[in-house]
Structures are given as C-alpha cells and as structure tokens.
Design a protein. Sequence first.
Length: 414
Amino acid sequence: MFSGFYNTGIFAYQTLLRLVAPFNPKARQWVDGRRNWANKLQKVAQNTSPIAWFHAASLGEFEQGRPVIDAFRAQYPDYKVLLTFFSPSGYEVRKNYEGADYVLYLPADTPANARQFVRLVKPQLALFIKYEFWYNYLRELKAAGVPIISFSAIFRPNQLFFKPWGQFYRSMLSNFDHILVQNQESIDLLERIDIENTTLAGDTRFDRVAQVMTTKNAIPLAEKFKNNSPLLVVGSAWQEDMNVLIPFLNAFTKPLKVIIAPHEIHDSEIDRWRSQLIKSSVRFSQANEADIATINVLVVDNVGLLSSLYQYGEFAYIGGAFKQGLHNILEAATFGMPLFFGPNYEKFQEAVDLVDEGAAFPISNVAELTLAFTKQYEDSAKAAQISRQYVQRNIGATAKVMDIIQTLLSTGRT
C-alpha cells in the first residue's frame, strides 16, 4: 500500500515540475535533462567494462563523495564510473567532471525507470552519498544482486525511518549491504530498527577539504586585493545573510578587506548589495589589478573559486544558516580561522562540534555578529588553531569506505 502512495507521489512530483518548467529555470533543467534518458544510457549499456555507479543529490554531496570516487578509480582502474545527479545544481556544474566516465541525471524513481536503468547499466556496485534513498532503485539493485553502499550518511531521531509508522522507509535501509555513517548517534538509531550492517566511518568531506588544502589554486587577483590586510571571506551568501552582513560591514571601522561569494550569481542581486555597501567594491570579473589593492570589497561573480579563496582569509562567514541550510564550513576550517554563520546549524555535525569547541560562532542579528566578530578580530589565534586541528583529526573516512568496497567486491555477489 505504501509503495503505491510513494509511486503516486513520484508521478505527481514529475507532473508538477513539467507544469512549472516553462516558468522556472531549475525545473526546466530538471525536466530537459531527463529527456530521452534511456538513449543517453546506451553508451553505458554498450560498454564492456564493469560499472561502478555513484549517485549524489547535488553539488555538495558530490564534493563529499569525490574523495571516494578518486580513490575508487585509483584502486580499480578496470572499472568505468557512472555518476548521476538528482539536482540541476549538481549536474550543471559537474557534467564535465573528468573523474567519471559518464555523468547523467538520475531518472525519476518510478518502477519502470528503475527497472530499465538497472537493466541497461548493469552496475557491479552502487554507492549513494549521504541522503539519497530511492525505493524503486534500491529494490531493483537488490533484486539484481548488486552490492549497495551508503556512505557519509547521518540519521536523526525525527526522520521517518524511526517513526512508529515508518516501516516502508525502514524497508529501504534494509536493501543496503552496508551503511557508513558520520556519528555514533546514527549507529544507535539504526540499531534500534535492527539495521546492523553499519560502520562509524566519519565524513568523507574532511578528506575532500584536505585535498583542496594541498591542491589549492593561487588566485593572484585575490592576493593583490588582500594587500596584507585582515580579510573576511563570505562564502555562499544568500540575501538573508547579507541582511545582517551589510549593516555590520557598514558600521565596522577597523581595517578589513571582504570577499563576498554569492551562493547563486544574479547580476541584479550583486548590484543591489554593492549599492547598499558604503565601502568601495568591485566585481571580480571587472576588477583591475592596477588598483585592486585600494578596494575594500570584492564580489565574486563566477563559480569555482570559493574553496581556494579561503586560503587568503583570517575569518570566514558561511551562508545559508538563516533559511536555506548551512553550506560547507569545512572548506574554510581547513585553512584555520574563526567561522561565523546563522542560527540554524544544528543539523550539521561539524558546525555543532566547532561551536562546542569554540571555533565557530552562530549569530542571529547584526549586534551578535558585531560582538562575536570584534572579539575574534582582536585575537583569532585560538579559534584558528581549533578549526584547523578539527579537520586534521577527522580525516580518514575514505579509507574506511574503500575497505567496505573491497570486502563487498571480493565476495563475488555481482
């Protein structure tokens, strides 16, 4: 009965997206990207090498899983890697990712789609990153004898899996051969519903940001902009964040350079933010190296720079925690600096940890940001050391995922 409701919901979701696609760019990308998906899979189907299928909901989950993809390719060079995305924000940015042989949208989780997808791809291994649980795909993979792994997963008591009426959702978890989780609470919750094929592995994002730290790209324009001044990097900013940041920056009188990277690039929004800032500002794409050192605020209007920009900062503000969901704070933490973000951070284990340890500071308004930032401006050494050490001691989840992969592939279940 519940599977019928689930499938009806999937069909309804598809229909809704098709209806709004003419008016919504993201919905249009979601719909257009899945047109003729079976034809796009023919190249995968004609391949004679074994396939490892990695699935990520969006860009953040992809970055989380990327160390495992890289490690898998190095350890299993005979395999081809298929990478799928649910969201356009992941696919459109990483559709040319060289670490995968094939990059596609995941077709909607209908019984027919899942059956045809698994039949065409014939994966030897399926890996789902963090949050993705698709009933029909998991059923088809299980029926085909494909080992299924979830890694960097995290569970909370309020999720449907743990409700008295959550049997249908619990049945999804029983399809996994192994679930590697981020924290002990997740292990305990899964044990309560008799899911015991688990490992406390940690979060592979730590391995990813460690990679970024060692392979960071120099950005000469940013270095000239900094000009040896204290620098605040604002990463993945939304309007709700700027409602607090702009008044704070306008009132802050001590020497400070600021780099602002919006979560989404909208010219009108960037122009509005700049008009509201009292201090001089310039867009990255329009900056002149000759006079960049005299500018106070640099607004990044392209993608792909943020993780490397943190290397120049003494402080970081990470957006999303007022409404949308806190974005990646580890990219900044790995470079060692105090972190600031909005009040809704409790679902993010690393944010909870760093707040508890004294390296991160949640704020709800301009006054709170002013108080917290001013204190760290005077002495940030302790918070910087804590954030850097926190990342270093949590590296290693990728190796644990690879151990489970090796064990499952060696059983010959496929």
